[in-house]
Design a protein around this ligand. Structure first.
Ligand SMILES: [Zn+2]
Length: 137
């Protein structure tokens, strides 16, 4: 058995029953790297410490055998991340199309609606709650 084979087998034995890196662990590693770099750049030791804490947490998560808890944490993180990126994407889209559409919210259910600009005042029916109201665009 070659040296690399031995290392590979050793790592496989070590990771049995453990989750390894997931999205939250990768995010922690990236956050740790960014915090450490910014902390070093501005000479603020507390940020370095926070970066180290993120690394330690990431390593703890990778080697933890409490798979259910780690899975739940990761699911919560990915859900929050998905909704954050969706919000940012929608904001960018709205900003990009601001000249073409007027954006507003339904007065009843507050869902976001849009109308092409320069249609004047029209009666809008919300697609979600079917509330009808007048809106200028
Ligand atoms: Zn509505």
């Amino acid at each position: 058995m070659s040296f690399m084979q031995k290392i590979k087998n050793g790592l496989q034995k070590l990771m049995v029953g453990r989750r390894g890196p997931d999205e939250l662990t990768l995010a922690l590693l990236i956050a740790g790297l960014v915090l450490s770099m910014v902390g070093s750049a501005i000479g603020f030791g507390l940020l370095n410490l926070a970066g180290m804490a993120a690394y330690v947490l990431a390593i703890f998560r990778m080697f933890s055998r409490n798979l259910q808890k780690r899975y739940a944490e990761n699911a919560k993180f990915t859900g929050m991340w998905r909704s954050l990126t969706a919000s940012v994407r929608q904001f960018i889209n709205r900003t990009k199309n601001m000249k073409k559409y007027k954006y507003f919210k339904c007065p009843e259910c507050h869902s976001r609606l849009k109308l092409p600009r320069k249609v004047g005042e029209v009666t809008v029916t919300c697609g979600k709650c079917h509330h009808a109201f007048k809106q200028k665009a």
